[in-house]
Unconditional design. Structure first.
Length: 160
């Protein structure tokens, strides 16, 4: 489903959709009530939105990365391997650190809220990167090009 949405709406637009879904999930989780005060519906909805948002953004990022080396297929394997190494390395560190962040926030809901606040910081970074990509894409549109290649990044630098 995500691939067909990206094909029909483009990576930039779907990246924004994924970000909105992800932020909606965070907001739902941050404002979820304590177990004694209500149900788990807000948490469940938040987790679903986080998961769908993550999926959309992961797929968009993969498509965007593949466009950078489309004119230089000889480096495709190295770029993809480097990306996967960094991505899964960061994911592993974040998975391990989540337990420490949770514990630092206190027991129960307060710990989970702290985890969500930390993720909010990561969303700001993701938002900034999407904004840079969007501005650079508009610059390319102004000169009649439709994608960024590895040579563009080497020659001009991304976002300049």
């Amino acid at each position: 489903v995500t691939g067909s949405l990206i094909r029909s709406h483009g990576t930039e637009r779907m990246g924004w959709v994924g970000l909105v879904l992800f932020v909606s999930g965070l907001v739902s989780n941050i404002f979820a009530r304590v177990k004694d005060e209500g149900t788990a519906a807000a948490w469940i909805m938040g987790l679903i939105l986080l998961g769908v948002g993550w999926n959309v953004n992961f797929a968009c990022a993969t498509v965007m990365l593949s466009k950078t080396y489309k004119d230089t297929p000889s480096v495709a394997t190295k770029i993809q391997a480097g990306n996967d190494f960094v991505m899964f390395g960061i994911t592993g560190v974040l998975i391990v650190s989540t337990g420490y962040i949770y514990k630092a926030g206190g027991a129960g809901m307060e710990g989970w809220r702290l985890v969500n606040y930390v993720v909010c910081g990561m969303v700001v970074v993701m938002f900034s990167l999407l904004l840079i990509i969007a501005l650079y894409a508009r610059k390319l549109d102004a000169v009649g090009r439709d994608s960024v290649t590895l040579e563009d990044i080497e020659n001009e630098g991304c976002g300049t």
